[in-house]
Design a protein around this ligand. Structure first.
Ligand code: SF4
Ligand code: SF4
Length: 452
């Protein structure tokens, strides 16, 4: 079977989902009052000390607006980061702040209404990729992106999230994969890649030092990533395995605002890693699971994880730096798109640059690259929301300018969700750059003797 036949077709997936005619979506049959009640209850639950400090600290300087891709590209004040949190902030001031009695008595902060929540669905989901650029720049250290995630939690409980995001998150919870990849499908595709690339792929080993997981985007759309991962792991000589009982690295529970779903999704992987006695869990070339497992995994597990969690770029950089892996030199100019959740929000900005150093490429950093990189515009679940397409393409223009300024021959990244968004935008704009995978470039240039 060819790669093309196996490719997950984003367009046909989109056509299979009803295009919404209304500006916001609703789940369940709650009345407006019940939705407001649910949102308020869950907004309030999230007003911990950190959120309260953040909301009290804003000095309304407006600096965050200047770095948000949505405001920069539209000039529309409703897209300023802090405005996206207005109902959340309004609820805090009225219900939980030290002066809530004053705000309530004199109605200085009005009660949040159902109409307001419906309006904010667009601001909290369609026009925020949770990229964290605003959090990085805020002089008061306010993590606006994390507050957006908390506000999404209340929206989920109120049954007010975009229906596509609800559908993929629900599928991840119920079927174990946002794209409906069953353990059998995963195994079939691994076996197909094993034949296609003539590489040994370890599946369902009882014990292994390294457990490797994939995202459904890779399994369905970029399956070569599975073969590339196997080639690299084999070359390091480590004992490793994929597991059909814990393979799907996704964070749609988090993105949709349902932490219970996220816990279930993450625990499948954590349980599989514990079962095989893994010392290291390697996350795929996808930003999706990085926050959920690297930084929130211990919270989900209820105690420190008994293994290290590394993104595949961190794993490869470590193997190259320690000499366990060797690569040939590659003679081309390359630029690199940093995935927000892995680099800026995740902290793994150095690893891809170490890998590019070992590959000896002519690396051309994008202007304002690295931690300050522009988002691809498809993160935070935005790429799944059809009605957000026009805005998504608009913000992608910033990305195209950033890439083109480097005049590099090749564009690489280490996130299959970014890659999926780049592919769609490349088709939309008929753009000359096609995003390649850093992982696959390494696998194609391995020095075989490194195994010994
Ligand atoms: S940059 Fe920070 S302090 Fe300034 S408006 Fe934005 S959130 Fe408030
Ligand atoms: S997280 Fe990114 S997209 Fe969301 S408000 Fe901040 S800068 Fe804008």
């Amino acid at each position: 079977m060819s790669t093309t036949e196996h490719e997950f077709d984003l367009e046909s997936e989109r056509l299979s989902v009803k295009k919404p005619e209304v500006r916001f979506d609703k789940q369940g049959d709650m009345s407006d009052d019940e939705r407001v009640e649910q949102a308020m209850t869950h907004f309030s639950k999230d007003f911990g000390r950190t959120a309260a400090t953040y909301l009290e600290s804003c000095i309304h300087c407006g600096v965050c607006a200047e770095v948000c891709q949505y405001y920069v590209q539209t000039g529309d004040p409703k897209y300023t980061p802090i405005w996206k949190l207005e109902p959340f902030k309004q609820a805090y001031k009225r219900e939980s702040s030290p002066f809530s009695w004053l705000f309530k008595t004199f109605n200085l902060k009005k009660k949040v209404t159902a109409e307001q929540l419906e309006e904010w669905q667009h601001l909290l989901y369609d026009s925020c990729t949770v990229c964290g650029r605003c959090s990085l720049i805020c002089p008061m250290g306010i993590d606006i992106a994390s507050l957006v995630s908390q506000a999404r939690h209340g929206m989920f409980k109120a049954g007010l999230i975009p229906h596509e995001l609800h559908a993929v998150a629900e599928r991840a919870e119920v079927d174990g994969s946002p794209l409906g990849v069953t353990p059998q499908v995963f195994e079939d595709r691994l076996e197909w890649m094993e034949d296609e690339h003539e590489v040994d792929i370890n599946i369902d080993e009882d014990e292994a030092d390294v457990l490797v997981v994939m995202s459904s985007i890779e399994i369905q759309k970029y399956p070569d990533a599975m073969a590339a991962t196997a080639k690299i792991l084999n070359a390091t000589g480590e004992s490793w395995t994929f597991r059909t009982d814990g393979f799907e690295a996704t964070n749609f529970g988090l993105l949709s605002g349902n932490l219970d779903w996220q816990r279930d999704i993450s625990m499948r992987i954590i349980d599989a890693a514990v079962k095989v006695g893994a010392k290291t869990l390697v996350l795929p070339e996808c930003g999706h699971a990085y926050m959920a497992l690297r930084w929130m995994g211990g919270n989900m597990y209820g105690k420190p994880l008994p293994f290290k969690v590394l993104h595949i770029t961190e794993y490869i950089a470590d193997a190259l730096n320690s000499g366990r892996l060797k690569v040939e030199k590659v003679d081309k100019s390359v630029t690199f798109h940093d995935p927000c959740q892995v680099s800026r929000r995740g902290g793994a900005t150095r690893a891809p640059r170490d890998i590019l150093d070992h590959l000896g490429v002519d690396f051309r950093e994008m202007p304002k690259g690295g931690d300050y990189n522009w988002c691809c515009g498809g993160g935070g679940g935005v790429v799944t929301i059809h009605r957000a397409d026009e805005l998504r393409y608009k913000v992608f223009e910033l990305k195209m300018e950033q890439v083109e300024e480097t005049e590099a021959e090749e564009l690489l990244s280490s996130c299959s969700n970014c890659r999926q968004n780049f592919d769609d935008c490349q088709r939309h704009f008929e753009w000359q750059y096609k995003m390649g995978s850093l992982l696959e470039l390494v696998a194609d240039n391995l020095v075989e003797e490194a195994r010994d």
